[in-house]
Design a binder for this molecule. Sequence first.
Ligand code: NAP
Ligand code: SF4
Length: 673
Amino acid sequence: MSYPNLLKPLDLGFTTLKNRVLMGSMHTGLEETKDWNRVAEFYAERARGGVALMVTGGMAPNREGGVFPGAAGLFSDEDIANHRVVTERVHAAGGKIAMQILHAGRYAYGPECVAPSPVKSPISPFPPRELDEAGIEKQIADIATAAARAKEAGYDGVEVMGSEGYFINQFLVTHTNKREDRWGGSYENRMRLPIEVVKRVRAAVGPEFIVIYRLSMIDLVPNGSSFDEVIQLAKEIEKAGATILNTGIGWHEARIPTIATSVPRRAFTWVTKKLMGHVSVPVITSNRINTPEVGEAVLAEGCADMISMARPFLADPHFVAKAEAGKAATIAPCIACNQACLDHTFSGKISSCLVNPKACFETELLVEPTSVPKTIAVVGAGPAGLSAALTADERGHQVTLFDKAEEIGGQLNMAKQVPGKEEFWGLVDWYRTMLEESHVTMKLEAEVGADDLVGFDEVIVATGVVPRDPQIEGQDGPNVLSYIDVLRNKAPVGDRVAIVGAGGIGFDVSEFLVTDESPTENLEEWLEEWGVTDPGEHRGGLAPEGPQPEKPARQITLLQRKSEKLGKRLGKTTGWIHRAALAMKDVQMVAGVNYERIDEAGLHVSKGEAREDPTVIKVDTVVLCAGQVSERSLADALEAKGQSVHVIGGADVAAELDAKRAIDQGTRLAASL
Ligand code: NAP
Ligand code: SF4
């Protein structure tokens, strides 16, 4: 397939973008390391991969506007010189890069935060200080100065972050702007700040410099902007001097998922399309676009002039080059899990990517040709084994990959059955393609023992996990299933179900059992389920009737022994979505139980150490999701024979097992052999 719209250049008058793909801003934490060679390599690698224009992570225009104390910005000549290392490397690689200026306003995680009005945000503990006239002038001047410094540092442009509920966005809506002076009240007054910011930025950088303005097109918060206001603002921002308008979707405090894996692909491009024709500058659309096919369709349908993708460039820096070369099937897919990118950012760790552990570690995790090719056996074609096999092959080793199953993928094949996790299909497909492209010898339906592995220079055991036995009296009864019976073998399940164990798999199985048809595959249904509507009809795009979920397919009780909130240990940025999705389906969440026994009446439980309140949860089926233990029998047999063996993934550590750790461990091991 070719991508005529995606790969078409975009003439901006004073400069031309080589295609219609923007790498959207991501906070990776790299700038804060102050290792400028590492920052430069991260962006240069993506420039080599053919993207037309990249936007950096948000840079603070001043201390009070930083997302957190110490957030990176261009405050001194030294900062400018450091950023020049990045821009020069990107330009040498044939790329273009714009710096995002991000003033967090009341979202700043620090006591000095400022805002139009002293309205505390629900996602920060710090109440903001209301700015006076001079304070507002200072913020505008600081943003303009940041733009001038960006130009001095060699950037091709700036992106003014005007969406997602940050400082500039906070002026636009009455919920956060209660002012009665010329910066508040009427919409004309509330728009004054964004317009002034863009005018002053343009004046600071001159005419031949890209100024992107990221505009919130659907706020997804109560009393958000109407679409008439969005159009009015867009026209004014164009007049004020913006070169390009980018789309922002939802404030950070919105309770509607906007980028998680359960959000349908291109779920919000219809919003951007509503602006098309109202302005003459190019418009970019965004959110959950992760393949060239989807990007091409979005552009062909006239939803935008250009697309923005951010996380897909962590998964594969060479996205555009591979699309151009007709090798789209080899693009490592972003599965929108957030596990190694946003979850890291919000835990103060450097971002990376579940699918591509080299992301943000370009200078540290080097996969180089080996000078001593070896024969390597990898046992287990789940994520750990696959990444080890492909990395070893890439380096020039001679790899044989064994799995007793008839298909590759291991536990990924169960994940892909879960409604909202359809992206896992693409990940398994990608591994299959990469194996076909490699020299790896694949042996499926091959159950190997220690004797079969004699003669290999290295043996890697990636045999995964087996379900933990919770040892509940009556668990062998006909009404008891394991998660494998449910997800893999599609065993019949009754209408009333108790799920033992509320880890990632207990939540996944609950989702699977309450859902008939996945709303992730049906945009209209998904929008209805979460209460999203046309912002042209209702402010902020919130449906007045609220979320309208489909009736649950079954009545589920999800249980755990710990007394903490269920789902507390799920992903930092996605756990709330899983909890909210199940709550919408009336899943009962019960913490702090002891499992007494299972019989035909259902699951008998008691509470606390004293085993009080014996109750029976009357259900037709009990599903065991009580965690997993390492499958180490092959590793133990090899070790008993005195053979050295590398054990990775779930076979190594089953606790906290997930694909992120497995892929990272497999890649790093193979890079070192
Ligand atoms: P898990 O997260 O370790 O959860 C196991 C659950 O079983 C816990 O709720 C635990 O709670 C319970 N449990 C442990 N020992 C038990 C026992 N002896 N009897 C009864 N209950 C017991 O394991 P998992 O759910 O199997 O998931 C495995 C891993 O896969 C996860 O850690 C996760 O990383 C990954 N995964 C991730 C996702 C995701 O969305 N990111 C989805 C699926 C899987 P109590 O001990 O309190 O009862
Ligand atoms: Fe995409 Fe997950 Fe990688 Fe983040 S960690 S870039 S969401 S695949």
